[in-house]
Write a protein that binds this ligand. Structure first.
Ligand SMILES: Nc1ncnc2c1ncn2[C@@H]1O[C@H](COP(=O)(O)OP(=O)(O)O)[C@@H](O)[C@H]1O
Ligand SMILES: [Mg+2]
Length: 222
């Protein structure tokens, strides 16, 4: 198992109100799997993704990534672990406006302090891989939503992550662009063996996943 969770809970406190977003989730994801996290809105999908992706801490329970217990990891090690081992794709693309496509993709590599020319070479290869070779020197405003999301995917792959996490990456895209993104994920998964965890609530996305973990009311639906 590349990701394992034991009785994971997350409770948000909003003033006097407690929201039990996760109520005891024990599940696992194998290396090389393309897993869909599905379920109704508010069922805890994003919360689970954020915890598994080490972007937030659980209220209780354990998470192991590659056999390593995350809760005992010091803050700095966790940050480094995220940068080296994890890639993230969100629904809002988060492309930096003043940087070109190529520079955006290079950012996580430069963040790791790798050699500049090496980073640019890898970034350039990734920009080609996601089908944006002809747009490498364009800025965000010259790109469609689907193209921006492909930049975000190339950026997520920059540091050869063990796991790519995507939270509703097609939420703001039309069907054709969504299909392109899903085809790209599928190709990265089958050709590269990239482990991928993607949240979606669109039933038609299910055909792209190896397996679905279904959430309901903060629990995994058996
Ligand atoms: N930061 C937060 N503060 C308070 N409540 C939150 C927060 N994030 C999520 N929630 C609540 O937790 C529950 C699960 O949310 P979420 O994980 O975003 O569900 P999903 O992604 O399946 O729509 C919902 O009731 C939501 O309102
Ligand atoms: Mg969500």
């Amino acid at each position: 198992m590349i990701i394992e969770t034991d009785d994971l809970t997350k409770t948000y406190h909003m003033g006097e109100v407690q929201v039990h977003a996760l109520r005891g989730v024990s599940t696992g994801i194998e290396k090389g799997e393309f897993v869909g996290i599905m379920g109704p809105s508010g069922s805890g999908k994003s919360t689970f993704l954020h915890l598994a992706g080490l972007l937030d801490n659980p209220t209780s329970g354990a998470i192991r990534i590659g056999g390593k217990e995350v809760s005992v990891m010091p803050r700095e090690e966790k940050a480094r672990f995220r940068l080296e081992k994890m890639g993230y794709v969100f629904q809002d693309y988060a492309i930096i406006e003043d940087l070109t496509v190529l520079e955006n993709v290079a950012v996580p590599g430069l963040g790791l302090g790798l050699d500049y020319h090496e980073v640019m070479e890898i970034a350039s290869g990734l920009v080609d891989d996601v089908g944006l070779g002809g747009r490498a020197h364009h800025l965000r405003r010259e790109l469609s939503g689907g193209q921006q999301q492909r930049v975000a995917i190339a950026r997520a792959l920059m540091n050869s992550p063990a796991i790519v996490f995507a939270d509703e990456p097609c939420a703001n895209l039309d069907t054709e662009s969504s299909r392109m993104i899903l085809d790209l994920f599928k190709r990265l998964n089958t050709e590269w063996g990239q482990t991928m965890v993607m949240v979606s609530h669109e039933p038609w996305h299910e055909q792209f996943f190896d397996r679905v973990i279904r959430f309901r009311d903060g629990r995994v639906d058996p």
